[in-house]
Design a protein around this ligand. Sequence first.
Ligand code: HEC
Length: 159
Amino acid sequence: MGKSCKFCWGLSAVLIAGLAYGAYKFIVVGSVETGVDGRSVVLLSPDERLKVLGEMRGLLEAVQTITSALVDGDMKTVETTARSVGMAAAEGESPAMMAKLPLEFKTLGLATHKGFDDLADLAAGGAVPMAVLGNLSTLMLNCTSCHQGYQLKATAAAD
Ligand code: HEC
């Protein structure tokens, strides 16, 4: 094996490492920095941040509507409200923004949407309100654990 080939192998190794790092960064890490309070700060464009926060307020409104409907035993409203923030609501997220989100963040976010679909199924399937409330309470551990770990920050308007 000549010197030049060793160089080729070396170069390939560097390229492969670079690609692996790129994939790791793209899929696992996302675009983050560490915040002053120790939470991971996800860096988004101003528009992306506003969109995510808008979705968050939608989740809180859904939780409010669902708890109130559970008290009334109005399982139809529980079902339709939970469905409105289910997986269908997560469709159409931009790939550019998804790439900025750490893997754990995406996983928790999708599990939350999926959890609301399960809640809708439960309500539609004739579960009693207390059972659905218990399910919602568990589902909300996703909200609290994500809020404990993450913060959002808008970067310059250009990206
Ligand atoms: C995958 C992570 C994640 C999940 C799951 C999540 N949130 Fe959030 N939420 C965030 C982040 C990050 C912020 C911004 C916090 C910050 O920048 O300090 C936020 C902000 C919010 C806000 C404030 C919105 C605003 O306008 O400022 C509300 C309300 C909220 N979330 C409700 C919820 C509710 C209710 C759930 C569960 C049903 C939930 N979130 C699930 C990550 C998440």
